[in-house]
Write a protein that binds this ligand. Sequence first.
Ligand code: ATP
Ligand code: MG
Length: 654
Amino acid sequence: MSEAFENLLRETREFPPPAEFAANANVTAEAYDAAAADRLAFWEQQARRLDWATEWDQVLDWSGAPFAKWFVGGRLNVAYNCLDRHVEAGLGDRVAIHWEGEPGDTRTLTYADLHRLTCQAANALTDLGVTAGDRVAIYLPMIPEAAVAMLACARIGATHSVVFGGFSADALASRIADASAKVVITADGGYRRGKPSALKPTVDEAVKRSPSVEHVLVVRRTGQDVSFAGTDHWWHETVETASPEHTAQPFDAEHPLFILYTSGTTAKPKGILHTSGGYLTQTAYTAHAVFDLKPATDVYWCTADIGWVTGHSYIVYGPLANGATQVMYEGTPDTPHKGRFWEIVDKYQVSILYTAPTLIRTMMKWGDDIPAGYDLSSLRLLGSVGEPINPEAWMWYREHVGHDALPVVDTWWQTETGSMMISPLPGVTAAKPGSAMTPLPGIVADVVDDQGQSVPNGGGGYLVLREPWPSMLRTIWGDDARFVDTYWSRFEGMYFAGDGAKKDADGHIWLLGRVDDVMLVSGHNISTTEVESALVSHPSVAEAAVVGATDPTTGQAIVAFTIPRGTVDTDGAAGEALISELRDHVARTLGPIAKPRQIMLVPELPKTRSGKIMRRLLRDVAEHRTLGDVTTLQDSSVMDLIASGMGGGKSDED
Ligand code: ATP
Ligand code: MG
């Protein structure tokens, strides 16, 4: 791309933190000054939130860049930091997890319970021959055993690779093979959309093709029939009968903690490797700072699946390192009814909610009356992650979930970054709807042009990280060359994240979507995010995805796929009228250059299993190509629906 990105969207709303929130916030503006004065000393201070068996002798060794070592020489046990130290401090009776199954069954696990189960699982894994450095694949539904399995691996120094429970046997087998996993931890099944959904048959099929796997540990969740082979063991017969005594050994700060595959929005997933000390330092600090976690009083809920990085960092490691109490929910947001999330907030008096734009937009589509039917007054902070949040979705979240008063933190980060990187601090920042605002203390992010030069305020370009950070990925598992090539070769000495961004007049950062998705229309680089946000700002639109399709006159033309809100009439002439109104609305909001050539009204959008829109597939549809790799797609029938509508009917060209 030769030009900077166009900066089309203007947003003037701004919401300072409520005075009382600011007065009691965990972190104040001083943190920015401290980190700016001495970044490494700042991180060193954050590392002291953890219990180390041996202190480090060097905060950062960057001599082998881009291969980083943080807290060199330090030793700690990650599971000890998440469990034992809280129990030792007398907090064993504090609830760690309020678990809610989809059918409505519940479990309450205190820190003492979670500690005991983790020790038992550590002993059982050791009995199965797992030792430090071995890889263990985890393929589980959202049940407490998922957290226990991860913590047990961490406890004995085994590297876990969690594979999202919705993936196919192929996807599971390729991830097992990539990491040469020795053990797989799974369940008979889990509950999904009101019925038991089997997992074990998928594991059986994957394991048949996986020579590295020696044992499979099976949690009984649904009671479905399963076939059992010689390598299979029931969790309740091994883990739950194992000794609850286990002394955690410390490991090197750079000991591998987990491998996690990216969600595959743009390409073949990459096995991202994270290590121990730096990762836990930054996840613990950001949970404290950005969620303003008050472990003694807050009830925190992150709606992500444990199979994604958000579940790793902000269900397991960050909250537990802080001794937080959290809700964990097994199922889907509309089972048995569309108010399920709000019912859970109400029931457990959730005070901090962390969710994704895709969910917020789905809730917008379902209607304002649904959250209005529940008591959400326990909430005091709202967070978002996973995609750019459109200003209107942000406003809806604040208004209809946050009683028009709560701070909303839009947190930008990636599987690769391990922890949050760019986000408001809820007690400090006057947040603008749709902006991730500023890099967190200790993080040096920038937006640069083609040549790697910092763009001025008002300009757009490539989002980069200029300095290493504690929870950064250490490599792509088994492929150092791909690591260097993917992240460190575009700009000299900088990590390139793959995302486009702009700085507004005040220097605040707005994410513009993936640079691969940017559209080049008549010589202008237009971001997908801005056009989508313009569409979502129309009262009839719940969700939108736009792509650039080859066009004989403009180079690329904007094609928009739009989901109307629940109550909107889209039949025949009403649909045609809405389409032309939307095209004009975009032109009015962003300028004529951004007017979509074509708008399709669709019932759904193609999303990854983590809920992100997969624009590359829409591009295939818009350019009448055969679809690319669909293995990370949530529901492939969506593509048939969209492709069948593409020929005619609900489109509009002039
Ligand atoms: P792959 O790298 O395989 O294509 P992925 O990038 O979707 O998959 P993740 O690591 O889960 O996998 O997602 C990180 C990406 O999600 C970011 O690079 C960014 O594009 C997007 N993202 C996450 N949070 C935000 C946010 N707050 N605002 C804008 N974009 C976000
Ligand atoms: Mg990515």
